[in-house]
Design a protein around this ligand. Structure first.
Ligand code: SF4
Length: 151
């Protein structure tokens, strides 16, 4: 993955700041975490034309980008307000898990993490329960944030 251009990065930062505000979330208290995810998202725009989530492994990135489910802000964020990259979190750095199905890995890892701003975000909340692919599916493996606006 090539490093993103300055212009691409600036647009990505503008998008994530706007989305955090709109969804009632904040960035992780460790700036390096946020920077790594934003860099990864911007790099995916360079590579794929879309801010594909950088915290998953994909067998075929181009095919995955067309499905849109992991284009930031992804389905999990729009439905459950859960960001496994830890980009959009609470002020204490924990991802919101309150709306996830109880058997979701986010609930298993972090327990119940309540939403301090329930009046914000979750534009696709009507799709809750069983609509989001598991990270444990054969072609996707959750990974640490290593290295994202919809175009
Ligand atoms: S997990 Fe977070 S960073 Fe990744 S696509 Fe979803 S909202 Fe964006």
């Amino acid at each position: 993955m090539n490093p993103p251009s300055k212009d691409r990065l600036e647009k990505m930062w503008k998008f994530v700041k706007g989305f955090a505000e709109k969804s009632g979330t904040t960035f992780h208290p460790t700036p390096a975490v946020t920077e790594a995810v934003v860099n990864g998202l911007a790099a995916h725009i360079e590579e794929l034309g879309k801010p594909l989530c950088p915290c998953n492994f994909y067998k075929d990135k181009q095919a995955e980008a067309k499905l849109r489910r992991w284009i930031c802000a992804c389905d999990e964020m729009q439905i459950y307000k859960y960001c496994h990259c830890l980009l959009f979190v609470r002020e204490d750095g924990l991802p919101i898990t309150e709306y996830l199905p109880e058997d979701h890995e986010g609930r298993q890892v972090y327990g119940l993490v309540t939403d301090p701003t329930p009046d914000k975000g979750r534009a696709l909340r009507h799709k809750a329960v069983g609509q989001v692919p598991s990270h444990a599916s054969p072609d996707q493996t959750a990974a640490a944030p290593s290295q994202t606006p919809k175009s």
